[in-house]
Design a protein around this ligand. Structure first.
Ligand code: SF4
Length: 330
């Protein structure tokens, strides 16, 4: 779920493209049976590492460590750690950062494919849990447990192509007490059997924070779920007891973004707000937008991304205690 200002993450260009995802596969048909298989695989790796922990097992050198990484620059404002297995996305957002730059052909395709560094989805799961458990066996890296894992920067994690694998590892991750932040523009997964299975895990209410990007401009996101649907699902999930957040990024129009934030007050626990990469904004218009946010009597938790802070030239703290830092978790 890339945002306009979020640079792409690393990609290994030296290995052959996986063909696990068939081009044009965008339906939920078959997704559930795949999810069950992948979930069993994930459970096997967790059992193994939990067991090996007492043996002080040392992982062999691994040639591929791309399942969990530390994002850089603007991406780091979403989380200190990110997980993800796919490149490419069919949602077709006009502003998608993945479609820019020299890696656009690899990262910005319109088909979600398993990253080249994974031989198969089972291999991706193995790498993920090796990295989660930190290479020493049995001990989840404490900093990952503290900060959680963001899904994902190089695709949308809620697609029928990506969700079975993501849900398989996320379900085991949240059971281990590791927080997961999940940012998507798709709503169908919440009603799928896979989604219901994931949401029914008791630990999910504490450890699985669900976010939707809201720009208010369906015309710029032609294949994603409509913004209104995303807002309705946020409300429902919050009513069910889940923690929620939104990415108000990119801000296309300050007045539109402000009205969306107002509409979501009461069922969105955190708003992350950022500007479009390399677009020129009127400083006074953005300043007024932030002043209006600061004047909201509800005092919602808001993170202003550096793109806003750098433009308006004021510290976040100047706007009030509800203007939080990048790693605040509701
Ligand atoms: S939803 Fe897909 S197309 Fe849209 S910004 Fe995110 S990765 Fe790019």
């Amino acid at each position: 779920m890339n945002q306009s200002g979020v640079p792409p993450t690393e990609v290994d260009l030296t290995k052959p493209e996986s063909t696990v995802m068939e081009e044009g596969t965008t339906s939920w048909e078959g997704a559930e049976s795949k999810y069950r298989e992948l979930k069993e695989e994930a459970q096997r790796w967790v059992d193994r590492y939990n067991h090996l922990g007492s043996l002080k097992y040392v992982l062999p050198p691994c040639e591929c460590r791309h399942a969990i990484h530390q994002p850089r620059e603007r991406a780091a404002e979403y989380g200190r750690f990110a997980g993800g297995f796919h490149n490419g996305c069919p949602n077709g957002c006009i502003y998608c950062f993945l479609k820019l730059g020299p890696s656009a052909g690899t990262l910005g395709g319109s088909v979600a494919k398993l990253k080249k560094c994974f031989k198969s989805e089972a291999h991706a799961i193995e790498i993920y849990f090796k990295e989660l458990f930190g290479g020493n066996g049995g001990t989840i890296r404490e900093e990952i447990r503290k900060h959680g894992i963001f899904f994902t920067f190089t695709s949308d994690p809620g697609l029928p192509e990506t969700f079975p694998l993501n849900a398989a590892v996320i379900s085991e991750t949240v059971k281990l007490g590791v927080p997961v932040l999940f940012l998507t523009k798709m709503t169908d997964w919440t009603d799928s059997e896979i989604g219901r299975d994931l949401l029914s895990i008791p630990e999910a209410k504490e450890n699985f924070t669900i976010g939707f990007t809201l720009t208010g401009r369906d015309d710029l996101e032609p294949k994603a779920s409509p913004n209104k649907e995303r807002i309705a699902v946020l409300r429902r999930l919050h009513d069910e007891g889940f923690k929620t957040f939104t990415s108000i990024e990119p801000v296309i129009d300050c007045k539109l973004s402000f009205s969306i934030i107002k509409e979501c007050l009461g069922f969105v626990d955190l708003f992350k707000v950022g500007l479009e990469f390399q677009r020129k904004y009127d400083q006074d218009v953005v300043k007024k937008f932030v002043d209006d946010l600061a004047a909201l009597p509800e005092k919602p938790w808001i993170y202003l991304k550096d793109s806003i802070i750098n433009l308006i030239g004021r510290e976040r703290g100047a706007y009030g205690d509800n203007f939080v830092d990048a790693y605040f978790r509701p």
